[in-house]
Design a protein around this ligand. Structure first.
Ligand code: TYD
Ligand code: MG
Length: 458
């Protein structure tokens, strides 16, 4: 009989240790390391698990084949009913994959997955496991949203072993687990929601998904600081991790992938929460561009590249003389270090001194911009606010700014310009190397190679 293995796991960050210790080396938290028993197939449930997996990997039937012989068409992706969700997942749900949808409570994860599964159940067997809401509550919501409820199998259960048993009988193609934090396994001795339970449940379900070819979508709640409970643990065992974000007081929700074994990351999907559930936003540029009636200084539109498509976003900068010895530099939706760096570049190469000014930067619509193409936009908006000059409303700007004041090209320049032209912009200031041979119709494109040149053009 195999020995039962134990591991010592930090409840705060999920780090493994070979023996117990008082403080976690990774997150420095005290008294958070607990012993976790890892089942090895000796307990009744584990033996049962492997009986269920007969014929799957490990049973001696696996054979070696060359990479080119592997049939790519065997498992086409499953199209969920939301094109935005499919795009974020890299083109649909991959059969046998484990997907984690994280988000704050009330973000709309259950609504999104219920809508998806009701539609999917019309064409393939699907199972919705709810551990948080009662079956009546889910049914009431589905009814209120006017969803087709006829074929969707529902299960109210929190034991992972029981769910897998039922899945083996029902043979669904897609399972939703709402949520992973309430799931538990009988041979893990800690309460549901603890890191060791979440970790064991998620990895058990992931193995089950792989071996049975069932796509499993798990809901994960995030903690106050925005990380998934048991973050490292979950991220490495699953295939895709997507976050469903948005303020509860805003209509809009964004879906973004943080890890994806089957597609590009940082794809952005946009949804609107309505009284009839979630609706896709086909043209997200339009909502992030909703500008006030009056033109104002310090406001400028940039084109950022989100995964595989361009997105027009408004950037606002307020420069105001500071009453403090250390003027404030605040960046919302952007990296504050980058702002500090750009201020230095502006001083050295643009000749504008702002050391006695407060600088506030805000990306409108709650979008987070991590791309360097926003550099030039930020600097020009800053100049506009500093001088109190209003910039033309049909102007769009993008480009990376280097430390010596040079304007560097960014990828996909042509597509960005086309997107801007589609939204009625007629003037663009872009890096010289991004100027296309033929400008989009109706658009005047000005190429600049130095910051000083951009300021002249302005
Ligand atoms: P829910 O899917 O329960 O969130 P989660 O599972 O992520 O915790 O969504 C709950 C929120 O969504 C709730 O605050 C109300 C809102 N909502 C609507 O505005 N319209 C709707 O049609 C539904 C179903 C929910
Ligand atoms: Mg929920």
């Amino acid at each position: 009989m195999a020995k039962n293995k134990t591991a010592y796991v930090c409840n705060e960050c999920g780090q493994d240790f070979p023996r117990w210790q008082g403080q976690c080396n990774t997150c420095q938290a005290w008294n958070c390391i607990t012993e976790v028993r890892l089942g090895t197939g000796t307990s009744a449930t584990r033996t049962h698990q492997f009986a269920g997996y007969a014929g799957a990997a490990g049973s001696g039937t696996a054979k070696v084949q060359t990479l080119d012989k592997i049939d790519l068409n065997a498992q086409p992706r499953i199209a969920s009913s939301f094109a935005e969700l499919d795009r974020v997942l890299g083109g649909g749900i991959v059969p046998g994959s484990a997907i984690l949808i994280g988000g704050h409570p009330g973000a709309g994860k259950s609504t999104l997955l219920l809508q998806t599964l009701c539609q999917l159940a019309q064409v393939m067997p699907a199972l919705y496991v709810t551990g948080e809401e009662s079956l009546q509550q889910v049914a009431m919501r589905a009814h209120r949203l006017g969803l087709p409820t006829a074929n969707l199998n529902m299960l109210s259960e929190t034991s992972v072993e029981a769910i897998c048993d039922i899945a083996l009988q029902e043979k669904p193609k897609v399972i939703v687990i709402d949520s992973i934090q309430v799931m538990h396994m009988s041979d893990v001795q800690s309460s549901p929601g603890s890191v060791s339970q979440v970790r064991e449940s998620a990895s058990y379900l992931t193995r089950f998904a792989k071996q049975q070819g069932i796509a499993i979508i798990m809901v994960g709640h995030v903690t106050k600081d925005g990380s998934l409970a048991g973050p490292k643990v979950l991220e490495h065992c699953i295939d895709c991790s997507v976050m469903f974000e948005g303020d509860s007081d805003s209509r809009y929700r964004t879906l973004r992938s943080h890890k994806n074994r089957f597609g590009a990351i940082n794809e952005l999907g946009v949804f609107a929460m309505t009284e009839r559930g979630l609706k896709e936003v086909a043209n997200p540029s339009a909502i992030f561009l909703s500008r006030g009636e009056e033109a104002a200084s310090g406001s400028l539109v940039m084109v950022v590249w989100e995964g595989t498509r361009p997105l027009l976003v408004e950037l606002q900068v307020l420069v105001d003389s500071s009453a403090m010895a250390n003027p404030r530099r605040v960046a919302v939706g952007m990296d504050a270090n980058r702002l500090a760096m750009l201020l230095a570049v502006m001083h050295r190469h643009g000749g504008l001194q702002m050391s006695d000014q407060d600088v506030f930067v805000n990306v409108v619509g709650g979008v987070k911009v991590s791309e360097t193409s926003a550099d030039l936009t930020l600097l020009l908006a800053m100049v506009s606010s500093f001088r109190g000059e209003i910039l033309p409303r049909d102007l769009v700007v993008f480009g990376e700014v280097g430390l010596s004041g040079e304007i560097r090209p960014v990828p996909n320049g042509q597509e960005r310009l086309i997107e801007a032209a589609k939204h009625g912009f007629t003037r663009a200031i872009v890096p010289k190397a991004n100027v296309p041979k033929k400008s989009p119709p109706g658009m005047q494109v000005i190429g600049v190679s130095k910051l000083s040149q951009a300021l002249e053009v302005l």
